[in-house]
Design a protein around this ligand. Sequence first.
Ligand SMILES: Cc1cc2nc3c(=O)[nH]c(=O)nc-3n(C[C@H](O)[C@H](O)[C@H](O)COP(=O)(O)OP(=O)(O)OC[C@H]3O[C@@H](n4cnc5c(N)ncnc54)[C@H](O)[C@@H]3O)c2cc1C
Length: 512
Amino acid sequence: MIIGAGFAGYRTARTLSRLARGRADITLLNPTDYFLYLPLLPQVAAGILEPRRVTVSLSGTLRQVRLVLGEADRIDLDARTVHYTGPEGDGGSLSYDRLVLAAGSVNKLLPIPGVAEHAHGFRGLPEALYLRDHVTRQVELATATDDPASSAARCTFVVVGAGYTGTEVAAHGKLFSDAQVHKHPLRTGMRPRWLLLDIADRVLPELDERLSRTADRVLRERGVDVRMGTSVKEATREGVLLTDGEFVDTRTLVWCVGVRPDPLAESLGLPMERGRLLVDPQLRVPGRPEVFACGDAAAVPDPEKPGQYTPMTAQHAWRQGKVCAHNVAASLGDGEPRAYRHRDLGFLVDLGGVKAAANPLGVNLSGPAAGAVARGYHLAAMPGNRVRVAADWLLDAVLPRQAVQLGLVRSWSVPLDTASPELARVPSGPGRKRSGGEATESAKPQPAAEPARKQSGGEPAESRPGGEPAKKRPGPRPPTGPHLAPGPVKRTDSPDSPADPDHPVDPFEGDS
Ligand SMILES: Cc1cc2nc3c(=O)[nH]c(=O)nc-3n(C[C@H](O)[C@H](O)[C@H](O)COP(=O)(O)OP(=O)(O)OC[C@H]3O[C@@H](n4cnc5c(N)ncnc54)[C@H](O)[C@@H]3O)c2cc1C
């Protein structure tokens, strides 16, 4: 039984089904029917790739694996059962002989006033689609107005967190909005303005300094306002107050300050390392030989850096998935267990256009060479859909990008403080039952959110109620206070999250 079909869980399922050759029942529990190739998500937000390109069908590629759609909300280690909630609110439980926990991570929130209400994360497909539409709409609204103040606020985009996600979102976003304005210049003559903030002293703080320098240079040449040593003190409907005292009028706050492990791991009451489930080098949970964990949700000892744990990256999750599958098979008498080892293959940061910053196998590259390596790497690394991705890239190279807003994902559909960023909230979604029949907050339907009537493709008021609450997760969750996302959504930052907005992002918690 594998929980989560991301990099780690998908690879575990795929490898295990090859090793088992029909001799094992493999069940994969995941809220969506696809594997999401997260590194290309910024290209979805920038309108380069259609959203389905970055997905890989689970049932289409894992033929020997039973796919159960749902989210695990409780694991009973003694009874060896997993309780889950399905997509239509119905629950169930699944029993297992071996369990692999690969539930990944969720957006990390810091307790900064207004952020939960006004910021959006960048962790799942709904958030990427929301951002694509939102940027398009802001530029269109700015184009139509004669009011310079309104135009400036709509065309100002603030991205917080200069890890690889924030850096890529800002780099692609600037190109995307510039292209729109190039076709339809703003009446006020302004240009879109993108700000990239981080409390760290450099862009890509957790990566090699040479990658930082390349990314910093490309961003500044492109006109992105890169402000290091700066964060958000307060977010409001009208804009954001920065820690340097400046108030920036904006309608867009993208929160990329990092991720924290999925809260499901904490609920097990097993030894943890900063929210990640502690495992041994063979990815086994100490004292529970039938339980394995890998990917972002697991603290895996790093053999290259004794005393440390592998960072939360796709590379590690993908390779750990393979080792995990071998060790699950070994635990059933097929083969020998192996320890997780890795060789650093370097890192790629796609900066849009033909530019990237990369250090494959330690060789530093920038410009078009890095861009070509980045695209080649992604095509090789994706477990499917390569031809469609390549076709979209080709079309993007020869045709103007399509900037239209479909308005399918509204602001309240993608709350920042959700434990399941892979699912968009829907108005009056089905209620969910706690395992054991106890009704959750969501069992009582909220009034449905009305569609925006007066703005084509627009947003309903952010405070509009209705919607499916976040899934029930065990463990204490302090309330966020009044927040405007639909339904009672629980925050996912740990109770010990730093109260100081200036607190640097912990590199061990990964970057989203
Ligand atoms: C925008 C973005 C860009 C990134 N770019 C890069 C990059 O360029 N290079 C890099 O190395 N890393 C990158 N990362 C980080 C990388 O994607 C993660 O480290 C990696 O996805 C971790 O893999 P995982 O399998 O642990 O988790 P995930 O890939 O997140 O998968 C977790 C899965 O578990 C499911 N799940 C969650 N909770 C439950 C539950 N309760 N029950 C059932 N299923 C559940 C989720 O729906 C998901 O399918 C990026 C991350 C983001 C967000």
